[in-house]
Design a protein around this ligand. Structure first.
Ligand code: UDP
Ligand code: MN
Length: 302
């Protein structure tokens, strides 16, 4: 056997052994409900635009809110773990390191710093991915027929903590063009795992107006990804900076409103908030199904 295959077998058996020895850290927290670690990060350097730091903070708060609501762990990285793989390549060595260090994590969900959650209630359909190791935002048509450059995206993807994934990360890190994907990859187009921001940001008012109570899951784009915007500075922004900035603010407020609403407040699309409910009588009696689900999560099966 090759050295890589031997190393692979060793890691696999060590992981299996660790899980057997650590019943308090199961990879599934309930039947059909995998333990999920959301992974994100940004450059170790300061933004050249000071406003960028503020946006990064708000974008991180958005992810922390989403993770708390759904009971996911979150890891924020600012280190360059491999000098050869810096910038947006840094997700590869990071994911690999986290997979090895956290055998209890079944799925890792990479989320770019410029991906914001805009549906705080929706949770990916985990059971649908049981036979797959990699879930990428995309559709067969856009990827294989139209071959659209925005047909696939690595800004938000879900990857299983398993040997196939470690091998894939190794192959990608070597920029191998022959990555063994095949059936183990799932192209997800039934919801916005990575929603292109320019198609979304002008529709928030319309979406809110048209939503029903209680809302049906998947009503709003799960994420709004500001690909091509460079809020932290740099000259390689594809889009007008003021348009990016304004749109980010709108997406962040849209997500934040869903959280503030749990506590009886709403934003006014500014930093000011307004009280919309008098909840002081019995905050634990939240009868509304949506509020109850967001405030008091239960580890339901997928
Ligand atoms: N990133 C990082 N460290 C860096 C630079 C980037 O962790 O030094 C991450 C960050 O989360 C960023 C992602 O890599 O969102 C991908 O870059 P970007 O979002 O700028 O690319 P785009 O989506 O615009 O193509
Ligand atoms: Mn991005």
């Amino acid at each position: 056997a090759s050295a890589t295959a031997v190393a692979a077998a060793t890691v696999a058996s060590t992981t299996a052994q660790w899980l057997r020895d650590s019943p308090r850290f199961p990879a599934f927290v309930a039947p059909g409900r995998p333990r999920v670690l959301v992974v994100t990060g940004s450059s170790p350097r300061r933004c050249s635009d000071p406003d960028g730091e503020h946006l990064l903070l708000r974008a991180f708060k958005n992810k922390a809110d989403y993770c708390r609501v759904h009971g996911f762990d979150i890891f924020y990285n600012t280190a360059v773990l491999d000098t050869e793989l810096s910038g947006f390549w840094s997700k590869l060595p990071l994911l690999r390191t986290l997979m090895l260090a956290h055998p209890e994590t079944e799925l890792l969900w990479w989320v770019d710093s410029d991906v914001n959650f805009t549906d705080m209630l929706f949770e990916p359909p985990w059971d649908k991915y049981a036979g797959h190791n990699l879930v990428l935002p995309g559709s067969e048509e856009n990827v294989y027929t139209i071959k659209s450059w925005i047909g696939i995206n690595a800004g938000s993807f879900i990857i299983r903590n398993c040997h196939w994934s470690l091998d894939l990360l190794d192959a990608l890190a070597r920029m191998g063009r022959t990555a063994p994907w095949g059936d183990k990859t799932f192209l997800e187009s039934s919801y916005c795992l990575s929603g292109f921001w320019a198609y979304i940001v002008d529709r928030f008012e319309e979406m809110r107006r048209d939503s029903t109570t209680p809302p049906e899951p998947g009503r709003w784009p799960l994420t709004t990804h500001f690909m091509g915007c460079k809020p932290c500075g740099g000259d390689d922004s594809t889009y007008d900076a003021a348009w990016c900035r304004r749109s980010m603010e709108r997406a962040l407020n849209f997500g934040d409103d869903q959280i503030l609403n749990l506590y009886g407040f709403k934003t006014l699309n500014t930093t000011a908030v307004r009280c919309v409910r008098n909840d002081t009588g019995g905050p634990l009696d939240a009868g509304d199904e949506e509020l109850g689900r967001l405030l008091h999560r239960t580890f339901r099966a997928a």
